[in-house]
Each structure stands twice: as structure tokens, then as C-alpha cells.
Design a protein around this ligand. Structure first.
Ligand code: PLP
Length: 478
């Protein structure tokens, strides 16, 4: 690929945009500068390839294509069929899945599709059966009433939010927490690790319809074979949300018991985190759930985004190349090097380390809340996000943790030596930041002091660290 082609493509695109609304063109350019200059350690972010980005910026965006490949509610979908079929084929091949549904617009949407598919498949409801065979007009008011009663309040068991689970796994701020009767499993307070015996016991007691595996902030491998056995022992459907670690599954870093695809009935993911694709979601499932999953649009999704499905096809093709496996392994190597660097400087890490792409620092040891630490790091050019730690006394807003991840910096090419330097920068900021007080003298969970000179110095060191590893080296907008 000639570097010229990438520069020409993006420069030309900006020129066209600038002619209509220059402020948008400026913001796009500024975003590139900001991303180039900051040490991006947000575990859920990455840098998609220029090919993936370009596949989204075109007239596929103009097309409506409700339905599935070859069976659309709109005419003229032959080219959308091509890209959707390609994306699904790449997904099936990459993950060894029987079925792939690539329409979800995001991870939350993918989970909604999965929940609906499981409810429709598992809940005994004569009214629903009628509705599914498209006799909707034959349903009486009593049928609809029964249907709502039968589908509501089904049981879900997922990982607790403060142990690293995601909002969509049955928590109140998300619709899943309002639809489902939810219980959660946490982690062992002594080790920070999932206690599978405890999960088995909770499943035996609670008898969930759906057992959810997967996380946003758990820094360890999960044994999906054991979770599947637990699900089977209570007749639950086993769903895994691999949004965070899909890239590690694709790159065959997580195999055997740690690869969810052969063990789960249904797997959801985002495509933009460690998988390094466009923003979006995807559902993989076993054949018996395929029909229900394919009803995602219009059941819970709006019309598919053909331009994003085109970009998914490109990114998934990239993930099938041998160099993606190397990338995935480097993500974990970097994460472990970062963890080592922090531990050797005295940081406390949840579970004492990592075997995936993320590290969770318990910043209470520095006398800070997650919010104070996040802002102090941001002042210093280091972009992270605050996150709860297990049994967090500061709740989900202020938190006691900082989650950091390596997929993005690994894409730029940084390695173990730079991870140690990164650990040094983080340690410097956290040890030099002091928690502030409210006007009445009580300790503040948000205020802090950090010498601006030191923050600037760290930000310059971060920029220097990145200078050897330019982001999008083939794109020159000047
Ligand atoms: N599932 C998990 C495990 C996540 O971590 C996230 C996002 O952070 C989501 C789902 C939601 O993804 P999206 O933001 O694309 O809806």
C-alpha cells in the first residue's frame, strides 16, 4: 500500500468536507492530532486501519436493507448482500462459529439481540409461538398480556459490575436490569479471581434462564468450559459477551477452555475494541439460535448500517491474516510488561497482575479516588478511565480504580520497554497527585492537586515516547 494513497484519500475527503462545513473538517483533523499525541490506554479503544475507516465513508450509508442476506424488505440490496455475507463469512471462519450475525450497531445492541433470541427460544409461551409464526393478527388482548407476563422477569446470572461485569449483564442503568430478575457472581475477595464453585452454587440456587460470562474490567482469563458445565447443570443458556477480548480470541491467544465460541450457546462482541474494527457489534451462535438471532432487525435493531458492515468485512479479513495473531500476543505481552512495571514500583493491581489486555490499578494505595487519578493522568497526556474495583467503597462514579489497556498502544508498535516507561510515567503522576478537600474541610473525591509543571513534563515525555511510533504513519494531512 503506497503511503501516498492513504494521504491522498484522507486529504481529499477533508477537502470535500471543508467546502461544506469547515469546522467539521477541522475537528476531524484535530482529533487525529490529539490521538497522535496522547498515550491512549483506554482498554476498550483501538485504532482501526485506514482501509477499515475508508470502507465506512461512502454511499453504502445511504441504503436501507432491513432483513437478512437475500431476504430484504427493500429492493436493490444486492451490494449490501455482498458485504454482509462477506463479513459474516469472515466472522464464522475467524472464530469457528456456526452462525454470525453482523448487523448490530454496537455491543449493547448485540446483547439485546442475544437476549431476545434466548427468550424467544427458551420461554414456553403459546402466545409467543403464534407471534413467531406470523399470526400476530390472531393474537387476542389476553395473548398479548400473557406474552408480556411470560417474557418479563426471566432470570439472568452475570458477573457483578464491581468485579468487572458490564452494565448490559443485568444492571439497573441498562434495560437488561429492568427486564430481567438478575443476580450476580463476584470474585473471591482474597484473590480477586472468579470462584467457580461460588458461581455453581449461585446457579443452583437461582436457576437462571441465562448465565452470562464476559466482562469489561476483569484482568484474567475466564474458563468458559467450566461456566458451560455450570449452565448445563441448571438448564441455563450460556451466553458470553467477549466484547473486550474478541481480538485475543481471534488471534488465538485464548484457546481451549478460554475460547468462548465452542463452549457458549451464544456469543456477543463489539468489533471496535481489541478486534480493531469499526464501531459495531456482532452475534455468533449455535445453529439452533440462528433463526432468532437473524430477527435482530427489526425486532430490536433499526435498519442495518451497510457502510459499517463493509468495514466489518475489511477488519475481519485483516484479523484472519497471520500478523493479527502476532498482534494479539503482543497485546498480552505488553499488558503483562505494564503490570510488571507498575508492581515493581509499588502499585496495587486487582488480582495481582493480568493475563489479558487490561490492568486494573487500585489507586486507593496512592490516597486517591479513581476520578482524581483519571483527571491527573489526563492532565499529563495519559488517557485512561476510572473503574470500580471489587467491593469498591467509592461507588461507580468516583471509584477506586484506574483501568488501563494495551490494544491501542500495541497497534502503534510500542513494546515491553515502552510499557515500562509508561508505568514510570503513571507512577510519577499518581505519587505526585494529592487528594483535595471540599470548602467545609471534608475530603473531596474529585478535587486534587498536581503541579502543572510536572504534568506538562510528563505529557512531553509521553509525546516523546510516542514519537518513534507514529499513529497512521501513512497519513499526512499537511
Ligand atoms: N459489552 C461489554 C463487555 C463492553 O465492555 C461494552 C462496552 O464497553 C459493551 C458491551 C457495549 O458496547 P457498545 O458501547 O458498542 O454498545
Amino acid at each position: 500500500m503506497s503511503r501516498n494513497a492513504e494521504s491522498t484519500a484522507f486529504r481529499s475527503a477533508l477537502e470535500v468536507i471543508r467546502a461544506v462545513e469547515p469546522r467539521v473538517a477541522d475537528a476531524i483533523g484535530a482529533e487525529l492530532t490529539d490521538q497522535r499525541e496522547s498515550l491512549k490506554l483506554i482498554a476498550s479503544e483501538n485504532y482501526a486501519s485506514p482501509a477499515t475507516l475508508l470502507a465506512m465513508g461512502n454511499w453504502f450509508s445511504d441504503k436501507y436493507a432491513e432483513g437478512t442476506v437475500g431476504r430484504r424488505f427493500y429492493a436493490g440490496c444486492q451490494n449490501v448482500d455482498t458485504v454482509e455475507a462477506l463479513a459474516a463469512e469472515h466472522a464464522r471462519e475467524l472464530f469457528g462459529a456456526a452462525h454470525a450475525y453482523v448487523q448490530p450497531h454496537s455491543g449493547i445492541d448485540a446483547n439485546l439481540v442475544a437476549f431476545w433470541a434466548v427468550l424467544a427460544d427458551r420461554v414456553e409461551s403459546p402466545a409467543l409461538k403464534k407471534a413467531q409464526v406470523r399470526q400476530v393478527n390472531d393474537l387476542t388482548e389476553a395473548d398479548w398480556f400473557a406474552l408480556r407476563r411470560e417474557l418479563g422477569n426471566q432470570r439472568m446470572l452475570g458477573m457483578s459490575l464491581d468485579a468487572g461485569g458490564h452494565l448490559t449483564h443485568g444492571f439497573r442503568p441498562n434495560i437488561s436490569g429492568k427486564m430481567f430478575d438478575q443476580r450476580s457472581y463476584g470474585t473471591d475477595p482474597a484473590t480477586g479471581l472468579i470462584d467457580y464453585d461460588w458461581v455453581a452454587e449461585a446457579a443452583r440456587e437461582f436457576k437462571p434462564l441465562i448465565l452470562v460470562g464476559g466482562y469489561s474490567a476483569y484482568p484474567r482469563k475466564v474458563n468458559f468450559r467450566i461456566l458451560r458445565e455450570i449452565a448445563d447443570s441448571v438448564g441455563a443458556t450460556f451466553m458470553v459477551d467477549m466484547a473486550h477480548f474478541a481480538g485475543l480470541v481471534a488471534g488465538k491467544v485464548f484457546t481451549g477452555d478460554f475460547d468462548p465460541v465452542p463452549h457458549a450457546h451464544i456469543v456477543t462482541t463489539t468489533t471496535h475494541k481489541s478486534l480493531r474494527g469499526p464501531r459495531g457489534g456482532m452475534v455468533l451462535c449455535q445453529p439452533e439460535l440462528a433463526d432468532q438471532v437473524d430477527r435482530g432487525c427489526p425486532m430490536v435493531l433499526g435498519g442495518p448500517l451497510p457502510h459499517v458492515m463493509a468495514a466489518k468485512a475489511v477488519a475481519l479479513a485483516e484479523a484472519r491474516r497471520p500478523d493479527f495473531a502476532d498482534y494479539a500476543q503482543r497485546i498480552v505481552d505488553n499488558s503483562q510488561a505494564l503490570a510488571e512495571g507498575l508492581l515493581s514500583r509499588g502499585a496495587t493491581l486487582v488480582t495481582g497482575g493480568t493475563d489479558n489486555h487490561l490492568v486494573l490499578i487500585d489507586v486507593s494505595g496512592y490516597g486517591l479516588t479513581g476520578r482524581q487519578a483519571e483527571q491527573a493522568l489526563l492532565d499529563s497526556g495519559i488517557v485512561t478511565n476510572r473503574n470500580s474495583v471489587p467491593q469498591d467503597p467509592n461507588g461507580a462514579w468516583y471509584t477506586s480504580g484506574i483501568r488501563i489497556g494495551t490494544p491501542a498502544l500495541t497497534t502503534r508498535g510500542l513494546g515491553a520497554a515502552e510499557m515500562d516507561q509508561t508505568a514510570e510515567l503513571i507512577h510519577t503522576v499518581l505519587t505526585q497527585t494529592t487528594a483535595g478537600a471540599n470548602a467545609d474541610g471534608t475530603p473531596s473525591k474529585a478535587k486534587y492537586t498536581l503541579d502543572p509543571g510536572l504534568a506538562d513534563k510528563v505529557a512531553r515525555q509521553a509525546t516523546d515516547l510516542l514519537a518513534t511510533y507514529p499513529l497512521y504513519p501513512g497519513i499526512d494531512l499537511a
